[in-house]
Structures are given as structure tokens and as C-alpha cells.
Design a protein around this ligand. Structure first.
Ligand code: FMN
Length: 373
């Protein structure tokens, strides 16, 4: 508790200096983590986070994932090279989530393919098209990243044809990755049919094949579902027992940003269409997290993503049912220091409560109890 009290009593500048000095010490990080996850419970000691048996946020049938903070990066942004993963390792992100990999590396879509949030907070738009170095390059980095930074390393994969995902999963498993997220919801690649997570039959088949390829925690990243029917159809597939966690949501699309003065799309890739991210999608993300929490939350933990750029945004995700909160656009815009800022803001918001206490605590506004006349 001592660290969180000290932080709250400091002026903002002093708090920044204090928390910056904390980054130097894994032991301090470990104590802060205790406060977030276990509230009033006594810190478990100075053991490094990955070795501390109390530092478990996600317990799955295929093992525990021990995060060093409940604020992590979402797959994707700042993908250009391996050094970006080192930035994540050195930051306060509770995990290192690798760029979504395909079997063969690709440079993605042509530029411009990212439009930043802008002064009116209209959100970021991207049609990156999964530029990545190919899964083998990322898999080779897993042991070094784990050893150096002692936090969980997640692979993110997106196979283009049958069998790709299983091939990638086997290699990441051999290299000791902590968890694997199947990106079933990328907006920005050309395909003939619906995205994987919009096709319950294809999703069930794919998850079954992927499950057979690994004994590591396996998750799937979902899109924003706009039709209530989909939540139930997808929940039924997820409850078949193949996945250990889900990540919700990916970017929202197809979306289109325009430069109205010249009547032109803001991006060139994908005819200007792309996936919307950042603050405007937070209510959509919260709805998806909460809906999924109601349907599967008892069985499958949720990584909440979408519109988080402040500590209280992460709190909303926890209240809706997320166990961990992940961010992409805020990381893209602010760099790796964003994780420490949001964590510090979250500490103030939760005021000594644990994430576990907060998770799923969202109640319906009491006025709903009064029927409208
Ligand atoms: C530039 C950019 C690249 C992204 N690339 C990926 C990706 O490779 N894989 C993936 O699963 N999601 C990707 N995403 C989606 C994010 O992980 C996240 O789900 C989405 O942006 C919503 O979160 P946010 O509002 O915090 O940005 C990307 C998002 C952005 C902005």
C-alpha cells in the first residue's frame, strides 16, 4: 500500500518523478502490482513479478499468465522493427504483445494508411494491412524478450490460408511464448468472405485446429459486433472450450475519414476505408466487453481494448468485465511512456480497490427499474 498512498499525496510533477524512478526497480513494480491486483492485501515481497506466485491475473486451463500490470499494449501499432518490442519491455506495459504475424512477411498496404485522431477527437483510422516481418522473425525473439524483461510475451497471428495459424502456433509454442492471440478481426486485408470471427462455423473449425497445435493459453481477438444475435452465436463457439481468453475489440469498420474541403478520403489504402480506433470507439468497446462478460465472463477472461487513453477509460473496461486493459492508438500517439501514465491515473481512480473487485461491477442505471409510461 505504501507506494499508492505516496503517489496520491504527491503533486502531479512530483508523482511523475516518483513513478519514473520506480521504473528503475522491478521490486517497486512488483509492489505496485500487488496494490492493483490485490487491493489492501499485503505485498507478497520483493520477488520479481514473473516469479511471484501471487502475480496472476489470468488463470486459464492451459496455464497462468502473470502480468506485471493490468495495462498492456494491444497488437499492432509501432510495428516497424524489433526495437519496438524492447520499448514495450522497458515500459510499464504489463506484457509484450507482438505485432500480428503472417506466415510470410509483408509490407502491408500503400501509404497513406494511418490517419491520426486529430484535434476534434474523431478517432484514428488505419488500413495498415498487417505489415510485419513474418512469424519466424518474431518467434526467434521470444526467448530473449522473456528473459530480458520478465513479463509475458504474447504472439498475435493472422493466417491467410488453412493451416497457416497452426504452423505459426507450433513455432511460437516451441519458442516458449506465454500466450497466442488469433487475430480473427482484421479490417484491413482483402478477403473473399467475412472475417474469421464473423463466421461462427469457420471460427469453430479454426479454433479446434489451433487448439490441437499448442498447450499454451490461446485466445481470439474479436471485432465489434453490431447485431446482438452475433454475441450469442460467437459465445456458443467460444464456450466449446478451445480458447482461454478473448480480446475485444479490434478497430471498427469499415470506416471512412474524409477531407471535406477537397472532397477526398484521408487515406489512400483500401480506397480510403479502414478501421476506426481511439476515443470514439470506447462506448462500442465497452458494450462488447460487457455483453461478452455477461455471456462468457465466468468461464473466459477478457482483455478489454478500445478507446483507452486515460486511467478512467481503463476503469470503465474493468467495470464492464475486462480483466486486463490494452491500448493501441494511445500507444501509437504517445509512445511507450503511456503505460506508466495510465497506470498511475488508474491507481488514483481505483483508490486501493483491486481489479478483481471492480471487474464486472457495472450496474444498470436504477431508473430502468421504473417502467416508462
Ligand atoms: C496503427 C494500428 C495498427 C494495428 N494493427 C493491429 C494488428 O496488427 N493486429 C491486431 O490485432 N490489431 C491491430 N490494431 C487494432 C488494435 O490492436 C486495437 O484493437 C484497436 O486499435 C482498438 O484499440 P484503441 O482504441 O486503443 O486503438 C491496430 C490498430 C492501429 C491503430
Amino acid at each position: 500500500m505504501e507506494n499508492v498512498l505516496a503517489l496520491e499525496q504527491l503533486s502531479p510533477d512530483a508523482a511523475v518523478r516518483k513513478t519514473a524512478s520506480m521504473q528503475d526497480s522491478l521490486a517497486d513494480r512488483s509492489r505496485l502490482h500487488d496494490v492493483i491486483v490485490y487491493g489492501e492485501q499485503e505485498p507478497a515481497g520483493n520477488a520479481e513479478s514473473q516469479d511471484n506466485p501471487d502475480h496472476v491475473l489470468l488463470e486459464t486451463p492451459h496455464g497462468e499468465i502473470r502480468f506485471t500490470s493490468p495495462i498492456i499494449n494491444a497488437a499492432g501499432p509501432r510495428h516497424e522493427g524489433i526495437s519496438n518490442f524492447d520499448d514495450l519491455g522497458q515500459s510499464e506495459s504489463g506484457a509484450i504483445v507482438l505485432k500480428t504475424a503472417t506466415l510470410v512477411g509483408t509490407s502491408g498496404n500503400p501509404e497513406p494508411r494511418y490517419s491520426p485522431p486529430g484535434e476534434f477527437h474523431e478517432g484514428a483510422l488505419n488500413a495498415m494491412g498487417l505489415p510485419n516481418l513474418g512469424y519466424e522473425v518474431y518467434a526467434e525473439e521470444v526467448p530473449r524478450l522473456k528473459e530480458t524483461y520478465r513479463k509475458p510475451v504474447f504472439a498475435s497471428i493472422s493466417g491467410k490460408k488453412p493451416g497457416d495459424n497452426a504452423t505459426m502456433i507450433r513455432r511460437f509454442t516451441e519458442k516458449g511464448v506465454d500466450a497466442i492471440e488469433i487475430n480473427g478481426s482484421c479490417q484491413n486485408i482483402h478477403r473473399n468472405g467475412p472475417m474469421l470471427a464473423n463466421d461462427p462455423v469457420a471460427l469453430a473449425r479454426e479454433l479446434h485446429e489451433c487448439r490441437e497445435a499448442t498447450d499454451k493459453p490461446l485466445g481470439v481477438k474479436l471485432p465489434a459486433y453490431a447485431d446482438a444475435h452475433y454475441f450469442e452465436a460467437i459465445a456458443a463457439v467460444l464456450l466449446e472450450g478451445e480458447v482461454d481468453f478473448i480480446t475485444a475489440i479490434n478497430t471498427v469498420g469499415p470506416s471512412l475519414k474524409v477531407d471535406y474541403q477537397v472532397a477526398r478520403t484521408a487515406m489512400a489504402a483500401m480506397s480510403g476505408y479502414g478501421g476506426l480506433s481511439g476515443e470514439p470507439i470506447r462506448p462500442i468497446a465497452i458494450a462488447n466487453v460487457h455483453k461478452l462478460y455477461e455471456l462468457i465472463g465466468e468461464t473466459i477472461p477478457i482483455i478489454g481494448v478500445g478507446g483507452i487513453s486515460q486511467g478512467w477509460h481503463a476503469l470503465e473496461h474493468f467495470e464492464a468485465g475486462a480483466s486486463v486493459a490494452a491500448l493501441a492508438t494511445a500507444f501509437m500517439e504517445e509512445g511507450a511512456r503511456v503505460f506508466e501514465r495510465i497506470w498511475r491515473e488508474l491507481l488514483t481512480e481505483i483508490d486501493g480497490r483491486s481489479v478483481e473487485e471492480i471487474r464486472g461491477s457495472l450496474a444498470v442505471h436504477p431508473e430502468e427499474a421504473v417502467p416508462a409510461s
